[in-house]
Design a protein around this ligand. Structure first.
Ligand code: LLP
Length: 430
């Protein structure tokens, strides 16, 4: 739950605003974004990682209002597409504080980013180095560059694989020598200025173990660059991936503890290798926006289904589904939900919250106990939907993507409006 969500006489309250009041005005389905909570989490990262640059990863969720909050809270911004860059620029985000990602940036895309004056481009292939050189030369603008490397670590929740296979599209391999070659080429390309190495090891990470192995491997490469190329890259980015609690089963990661551990790991490793400690940066997305948003749906159909063995599962259909939250179907993600418009003393029944799409896999919450009297017209709120739900939303079945309503101090403000049928039809030609 967001920091300020609580039940008040049965009504769920977010940002001091009863969810039922929000629904009366804005309808469902809707994403409700707790502005104070978002800002507090952004600030917590900025404070915990005070010696780092913190880039908010816009892929988790970005709109112009959020880009402004990110700027106001003093964070940098990570974008990974022309669309995200456009939103940031529309918001007036200082381009010098933007990092530009992507494994397949085209020349026009790179030219646009360079022309906009982005603070750094994270290159992901040898081909891209050539393209970026062309963009820098044609625009006569120097470009700061990080080289994204694969550190051979893949982290997910509490587990990490230290020798993750490198058979994936991101980054340049340290072990094969591609990463070193990329650094050499950046140094040799006029207009490109090597700032450092970048590594992103995965997502939903709860401890520093994976970061530790990755940082040591990246610093080994850093030491080789110092020794063999005679330059000392001044920065290093350790990526994002800080875990959040989706259900009460999870504990969120602790930014302050991770900051202390990461600072120590990098400091110790640099000292033992006799190299300077680079300026560090990180790119949290999920941990800032994930818990700050919930999705509110209206219950439509309620259908008890008898399972093999006689148990009953109650299928509760809501007015959204996999088009506004694909994560359950795509990643088998766990979510929970609660009745948002009333309390109930009815006994709990095993329920599955499903959407209204023409697909059996259209599940929002796999298993939840809901009161047996859950009925059409009830409101259900699903917490922790801030990251990768609206940003991965689709128009499947010509669904209209829900709005994002920001609430703060009892005031609601639409920051992304609901799509209309006219929006959809506007794309059809002929
Ligand atoms: N930096 C880089 C280079 C990344 O690729 C990512 C996420 C992040 C930062 C931010 O990671 P975060 O702190 O948000 O975990 N759609 C998936 C997640 C994909 C993450 C892609 N990269 C999901 O819904 O779980």
């Amino acid at each position: 739950w967001s920091a300020t969500a609580h039940k008040d006489g049965g009504d769920l309250v977010v940002g001091e605003m009863p969810v039922a009041d929000l629904v009366a005005e804005h309808n469902t389905p809707a994403y409700v974004l707790d502005e104070a909570d978002f800002r507090q989490r952004a600030r917590a990262f900025a404070e915990a990682f005070a010696d780092f640059d913190v880039y908010y990863a816009g892929k988790a969720f970005l709109c112009t209002a959020v880009a402004r909050w990110v700027a106001e809270e003093g964070l940098h911004l990570d974008v990974c597409s022309p669309g995200e860059l456009a939103v940031a620029l529309r918001a007036g985000f200082d381009p010098a504080r933007i990092g530009y990602h992507g494994n397949n940036k085209s020349l026009p895309e790179l030219r646009r980013a360079v022309d906009a004056g982005v603070g750094r481009v994270i290159v992901d292939s040898l081909t891209e180095i050539e393209r970026l050189g062309e963009a820098a030369a044609s625009l006569e603008r120097p470009v700061a560059v990080l080289v994204r490397v694969t550190a051979g670590v893949e982290a997910h929740t509490h587990e990490y694989i230290a020798t993750a296979h490198e058979d994936q599209k991101f980054g340049l391999s340290i072990t094969s020598g591609d990463a070193f070659e990329a650094v050499r080429r950046v140094l040799a390309t006029p207009g490109l200025e090597l700032r450092g190495l970048h590594s992103h090891i995965g997502s939903q990470i709860f401890d520093a173990a994976g970061f530790e192995v990755a940082a040591r491997r990246v610093l080994a490469l850093q030491a080789r660059i110092v020794a063999e190329l005679g330059v000392e890259p001044p920065e290093m980015d350790l990526g994002g991936g800080f875990g959040i609690a989706y259900t009460t089963q999870d504990d969120p990661s602790d930014p302050a503890q991770l900051a202390t551990e990461m600072t120590k790991i990098v400091g110790d490793e640099c000292r033992s290798r006799g190299i300077a400690v680079p300026r560090l940066s990180i790119e949290p997305g999920r941990a800032i926006v994930g818990p700050a948003m919930c999705t509110v749906y209206t219950v439509g159909t309620v259908k008890p289904v008898t399972l093999d063995g006689g148990a009953v599962r109650t299928y509760v259909s809501v007015d959204g589904g996999m088009s506004d939250n694909i994560r359950t179907a795509l990643y088998d993600a766990d979510y929970s939900c609660t009745l948002a418009n009333r309390t109930s003393d009815a006994p709990p029944v095993l329920a599955r919250v499903v959407g209204k799409h023409c697909e059996a896999g259209d599940v929002v919450v796999k298993d939840e106990f809901l009161p047996a009297d859950v009925r059409p017209g009830d409101l259900l709120a699903v917490p922790a939907t801030g990251a990768y739900c609206r940003s991965m939303a689709s128009n499947y079945n010509h669904a209209l993507r829900p709005p994002v309503i920001a609430v703060r101090d009892g005031v609601a403000r639409v920051v992304v409006r609901r799509e209309t049928e006219d929006d959809l039809l506007a794309l059809d030609v002929g």
